[in-house]
Design a protein around this ligand. Structure first.
Ligand SMILES: Cc1cc2nc3c(=O)[nH]c(=O)nc-3n(C[C@H](O)[C@H](O)[C@H](O)COP(=O)(O)OP(=O)(O)OC[C@H]3O[C@@H](n4cnc5c(N)ncnc54)[C@H](O)[C@@H]3O)c2cc1C
Length: 376
């Protein structure tokens, strides 16, 4: 039963955003900053964001050589260049908005491991292609670093460095984002699931489920920032879920390599997280099994990641796996995210792929601008 006060203060909003991941937070913050008097609420079904934004590896990246080459199979050169630009500038935007010290940004560089030994020959083509954007060579030959990183030299035959990539502390980044949104005036409702919505002449009725039961909220505009889970609310959204898993070692007695590392066309990745190694990916080994919105650890992927760790990432080093987790991403035909406007009151910003850290802030800002344009 709702009180008079609850009915007058908590039910009606100007903007409700579903999902408190990076995109939801960016949309909320940018809209609220532009409209300080509007009532903005973010609704999240988890206690924390429970999709990808607090589960990811914290790479601020825009694509390794082999990943960009694979992307070129589905996207044209122009589309790809514009995507690289969005990813790169998106990373800069995130850093500028929250401040490097609040997100522990480290300009450690991005490295691609090369098992064939020919990657450094291909980097010249990619440097030429990216020169209009970066004005300097992006990739450089980093083979000399292989012994210092202690990789198995008979397996890791080459190493290419991307000087424009780095790492963040994902937890600190999401905490800083949420604090900023709260300071701006955004209201948060967690452990609240949006079940469905119905458009009316003067707004949108939003049915939510909470521990106390179900209730209806009302909003002038509704923004779905639900990424992989969007089809439950907007069945026509062109995306499918992709689960990703991550393992972390127990604290190490030796210094792990400092940097963000990729291999197998970006499907696999690892980095140091303090004095641990965090590694993940390998989704390509069971793409069908990982097309799911259910959390869980795929034993096949987990086993392969541990083999890689022991075989060539940290051979002959004492280490133990501490724990694993999963997160859910959203993918589609093209690599660009989707900004959808199914009606003048309902909008969606979704399908961030595996690079939402770089793309999420900009996409949320774009949605907020669009919402502002339609706000009376
Ligand atoms: C293991 C892993 C590693 C990754 N590593 C990187 C990386 O290193 N660098 C990088 O750039 N990207 C990485 N990503 C991708 C990146 O994390 C995502 O692209 C990004 O977080 C997507 O943000 P989002 O806000 O769109 O979605 P999400 O973070 O998934 O947020 C959507 C939110 O909506 C909520 N929600 C859904 N439905 C409802 C509902 N009906 N009611 C209420 N709430 C709802 C969910 O609980 C969720 O919190 C990784 C992803 C994973 C899973």
């Amino acid at each position: 039963m709702l009180s008079y006060w609850e009915r007058s203060s908590f039910i009606h909003h100007d903007l409700i955003i579903v999902g408190s991941g990076l995109v939801g937070l960016s949309t909320a913050l940018h809209y609220q900053l532009a409209h300080p008097k509007k009532k903005v609420a973010v609704i999240e079904r988890g206690l924390f964001p429970s999709g990808a934004s607090t589960k990811n590896a914290g790479f601020v990246c825009f694509g390794s050589i082999s990943e960009l080459a694979e992307n070129a199979r589905t996207d044209s050169q122009d589309e790809l260049l514009s995507l690289v630009e969005k990813r790169y500038k998106g990373g800069l935007e995130l850093r500028q908005l929250l401040g490097d010290k609040h997100i522990d940004y480290c300009p450690v560089g991005g490295y691609e491991l090369d098992f064939q030994g020919d990657l450094h020959e291909r980097m010249f083509t990619f440097n030429d292609w990216l020169r209009p954007l970066f004005k300097r060579p992006v990739f450089s030959d980093a083979r000399d670093n292989i012994p210092a990183f202690s990789f198995k030299q008979t397996i890791v035959k080459g190493l290419v460095k991307n000087q424009f990539e780095g790492s963040i502390d994902t937890g600190k980044m999401m905490d800083a984002f949420a604090r900023k949104a709260r300071e701006a005036g955004v209201q948060f409702y967690t452990q609240t699931e949006v079940l469905h919505y119905v458009e009316q002449t003067n707004g949108v009725e939003v049915a939510v489920s909470t521990a106390e039961g179900s209730l209806q909220l009302f909003t002038g505009q509704l923004a779905l920032c639900t990424n992989a889970f969007t089809k439950a609310l907007l069945p026509e959204a062109d995306l499918e879920p992709g689960r990703g898993m991550v393992l972390v070692t127990k604290p190490l007695t030796w210094a792990p390599p400092q940097g963000t590392f990729h291999y197998h066309s970006g499907y696999n990745y690892f980095r140091n997280a303090g004095n641990r190694i965090l590694l993940g990916g390998a989704r390509h080994l069971d793409l069908k099994g990982e097309t799911t919105t259910k959390e869980g650890v795929n034993a096949l992927l987990e086993e392969q990641l541990i083999v890689d760790l022991k075989n060539f990432i940290a051979p002959d080093r004492p280490l133990e796996i501490d724990y694993a987790w999963s997160g859910i991403m959203a993918f589609g035909e093209g690599k660009a995210p989707l900004l959808l406007h199914p009606s003048s009151r309902v909008h969606a910003a979704v399908r961030l792929g595996g690079m939402g850290v770089a793309l999420g802030t900009g996409l949320g800002k774009e949605l907020a601008q669009r919402l502002r344009a339609t706000t009376s």
